[in-house]
Design a protein around this ligand. Structure first.
Ligand SMILES: [Zn+2]
Length: 261
C-alpha cells in the first residue's frame, strides 16, 4: 500500500449504503481511479461537498495494486467550475464529457492528454459561444487521445488522398461533392472504395474540413469557428456513431441532451 498524490477530476459518483459514496476520478498519472469516500454523507465529513461531479482537485489516496476500490485520504478542491453549474445546458454537457471519459478510459492506464483535455474543456465550457460545437470538438479530440481518431484526409481502404481535386472530379462526373464516411473502417472513403461499406454515409466536404479544424483549435480560436445547421447535424451523427462503435454503450447523458436540450 502506497500513499499517492495526483490531480483528479470527479467523473462519476455512486451512493454506497447510507453514508458512503463510490467516486470515480480521472487522473493524469493513474488514468481512472475508483475509490470509496467513507462517511461522506455524514454532516461531520471533512470531504463533504468537495467530491461533487466535475470537481477538479488534488487527490490523496492509498494505492493498492489489483484492488478495484482505493481509499481516499483527502481531496483539496482546485476548481469547482461554478460558472458551468449555474447554466443547465452547460452542466448537462459537462456531465456528458465526464460520462464519455468514463466509458472509454481504462483504470490504471495513464493518459495525461485526456486529463488536460477534460480540464481545459470545462474551462472553455464557461465561455463557449456554441456549446454543441464545443462538444463535437471534445469528441474528436477525445477520440484522438484515446487512439480511435478517424482518418479524414486519406481513403481508409486504398490510401489515396481525398482532396479538392477528388471533390472537383466527383462533382464533374456525378454532380455531387459529398464524401463517404465509414464508421466500421474508421474514416473517409474515396469514390472508388465508397461502396465497400454498405453502412457508410455521406457528409458535405465542408463538414469534413470543419472537423479537421475542430481537431486542432482551442480557446478563443475555437470560439471564432462557425458551423451551419447541416454541419452540426452531420458531425453529431458522424461522431455519435463513431463513439457508439467504440464504447458499445448507450450514453445516458447524450440521450438526455437529445431529448431535453
Ligand atoms: Zn479508396
Amino acid at each position: 500500500m502506497a500513499a499517492q498524490k495526483t490531480q483528479a477530476i470527479v467523473i462519476r459518483t455512486f451512493p454506497l449504503q447510507e453514508f458512503h459514496k463510490i467516486i470515480t476520478f480521472y487522473t493524469p498519472d493513474f488514468g481512472k481511479v475508483k475509490a470509496v469516500a467513507y462517511g461522506i454523507k455524514s454532516p461531520k465529513s471533512r470531504l463533504g461537498g468537495s467530491l461533487e461531479l466535475l470537481n477538479h482537485g488534488t487527490l490523496l489516496f492509498q494505492h493498492r495494486e489489483n484492488r478495484e476500490l482505493q481509499n481516499i485520504t483527502d481531496f483539496n478542491l482546485i476548481d469547482g467550475f461554478n460558472a458551468i453549474r449555474s447554466d443547465f445546458t452547460r452542466i448537462t454537457y459537462g456531465c456528458y464529457f465526464a460520462e464519455l471519459v468514463d466509458s472509454i478510459a481504462s483504470e490504471g492506464v495513464a493518459n495525461p492528454e485526456i486529463f488536460d483535455l477534460l480540464r481545459t474543456t470545462y474551462q472553455s465550457l464557461v465561455h463557449a459561444v456554441d456549446v454543441p460545437l464545443l462538444a463535437r470538438g471534445f469528441e474528436i479530440k477525445f477520440l484522438d487521445c484515446a487512439g480511435y481518431g478517424p482518418e479524414l484526409s486519406r481513403c481508409v481502404q486504398c490510401g489515396s488522398a481525398v482532396t479538392d481535386a477528388f471533390f472537383a472530379e466527383k462533382e464533374a462526373t456525378i454532380g455531387t461533392r459529398s464524401i463517404a464516411f465509414s464508421v466500421r473502417y474508421g474514416g473517409v472513403l474515396c469514390g472508388g472504395c465508397e461502396n465497400r461499406d454498405g453502412a457508410a454515409f455521406t457528409i458535405a466536404p465542408g463538414s469534413c474540413e470543419l472537423l479537421k479544424m475542430l481537431r486542432k483549435s482551442e480557446g478563443e480560436r475555437f470560439n471564432r469557428i462557425r458551423a451551419s445547421t447541416r454541419n452540426h447535424k452531420e458531425l453529431k451523427r458522424l461522431l455519435g456513431n463513431f463513439i457508439e462503435h467504440h464504447t458499445e454503450r448507450n450514453l445516458k447523458s447524450l440521450r438526455f441532451i437529445e431529448n431535453v436540450l
